[in-house]
Design a protein around this ligand. Structure first.
Ligand SMILES: CC(C)(COP(=O)(O)OP(=O)(O)OC[C@H]1O[C@@H](n2cnc3c(N)ncnc32)[C@H](O)[C@@H]1OP(=O)(O)O)[C@@H](O)C(=O)NCCC(=O)NCCS
Length: 391
């Protein structure tokens, strides 16, 4: 088998998915996606678009503007029509699945240069838009129990995650993200793009819109619980509605050496897993357990972990059950630059985004570590976990 190495990864800043307040409200998701392709090619001039063997593009809701977005965005940007693509979904892990498909195509020798990507604009293609549940599904589940917020409340209840711990996690995530942004740590992964400021003036943005520099704990205690009356999950402890895109350039080690490109990490292993959709947020538990069981690794072997923060309740349940770190934030090796509670979570994008951030966190903060792990949950009990290894 060929080795698959990570050459580069880039993303747009994450914008708020809001028709009046979002920084990228003037852009379509295909434009977000092609801006990261353009950034990747600009940063890697030895790689020609026509030499890409295939694109794998994840989107949680590939309908409307996101219908076959992998192919249509590429063509709309005037890129070569000879490069095939596969837009795919398994909800939030879509961008991670795209990366697994790409890596495996390289490892089997079917491809040498692959771009995997993730994209979601939760304003232009809202969560659940065009959803039509199979009626037979409702024999087994109450439709209301499958909604994301309801699952977060159920996880908090089942795993006894207190509102105070969730608030603490949200505060910590924003603090870490704010510190990382102010120290310029996201510079390597963010491609600045032009959007609109609050007054509608054009402006180039190079950081994420949602990160809060300060958090008002007293206000957080009084915030309402939109998903259940007298529940415990609030807007502060939920990932916010976001738009964003990212892309990863992967190559066979042989091809990278031929082109004289530098790399530090390779794809090591990836698994998908499933869980009860009414507690979908615990998906990383079976996914990471499966990955550890198949690789013989354990949390002590892992340098850095990126665990997508869909909700504080599910993140804490996963960290505690998997014994990935301390019981409560701040953590030593999980989401050390903050997570989706602060950065935002453009659904199908996040599975690839956390791999990009993991590569940067490993290189910057844990240069001696051999393994890095990324994992996330997804609607309806989809989940994924992916391991990278230092070369
Ligand atoms: C929770 C959710 C419903 C909130 O949506 P919203 O009502 O549009 O939320 P907003 O972001 O406007 O925030 C609502 C209020 O909370 C406040 N707020 C949000 N986060 C806050 C924080 N960390 N600290 C203090 N206040 C906060 C906002 O400022 C706003 O207050 P205001 O009205 O006084 O200005 C929405 O973000 C959501 O559905 N998130 C989950 C998305 C999801 O399911 N993703 C998939 C996961 S698998």
């Amino acid at each position: 088998m060929q080795e698959c190495v990570f050459i580069d990864g880039a993303r747009t800043p994450n914008g708020r998915a809001h028709k009046d307040k979002g920084w990228f409200r003037n852009l379509r998701p295909d434009e977000l996606l092609t801006s990261v392709y353009a950034g990747l090619f600009e940063r890697n001039p030895k790689v020609k678009p026509a030499d890409v063997d295939a694109l794998f593009v994840g989107s949680a809701n590939p309908s409307g503007m996101q219908n076959d977005i992998g192919r249509l965005a590429w063509l709309a940007a005037g890129l070569p029509d000879t490069v095939p693509s596969n837009t795919l979904t398994n909800q939030c892990p879509s961008g991670m699945s795209a990366t697994m498909h790409g890596a495996r195509a390289i490892m089997t020798g079917e491809a040498d240069i692959i771009i995997s990507a993730g994209v979601e604009d939760m304003e232009k293609v809202p969560m659940g838009a065009n959803m039509n549940f199979p009626p037979r599904l409702l024999q087994f589940y109450n439709g209301a129990d499958l909604l994301m917020g309801a699952t977060a409340e159920k996880v908090a209840e089942q795993y006894k995650i207190s509102r105070d711990d969730m608030d603490n996690m949200a505060v910590w995530s924003n603090k870490k993200a704010s510190e990382a942004r102010n120290a310029g740590k996201f510079k390597n992964e963010i491609i600045p793009i032009k959007g609109l400021d609050d007054d509608g003036n054009e402006k180039v943005f190079d950081s994420d819109q949602w990160i809060r520099d300060t958090m008002d704990r007293e206000k957080m205690k009084t915030m309402n619980t939109p998903f259940r009356p007298n529940g415990s999950v609030t807007a502060a402890t939920s990932s916010p509605l976001t738009q964003g895109a990212c892309a990863i350039l992967m190559m066979s080690r042989k091809k990278a050496d031929e082109l004289g490109l530098k790399y530090s990490y390779k794809y090591s292993y990836g698994v998908l897993a499933g869980c009860d959709p009414t507690v979908m947020g615990i998906g990383p538990i079976p996914a990471v357990k499966k990955l550890f069981q198949k690789t013989g690794l354990s949390p002590k072997d892992i340098g850095a972990i990126e665990l997508n923060e869909a909700f504080a309740s599910q993140s804490l349940a996963c960290i505690r059950e998997l014994k990935l770190d301390k019981e409560n934030a701040p953590f030593d090796k999980v989401n050390v630059w903050g997570g989706a509670l602060a950065l935002g979570h453009p659904l199908g994008e996040s599975g690839a985004r956390i791999i990009i951030t993991l590569l940067n966190v490993m290189k910057t903060e844990f240069p001696d570590a051999r393994y890095g792990l990324a994992s996330l949950c997804g609607a309806f009990g989809n989940a994924g976990a992916l391991l990278i290894e230092k070369v």
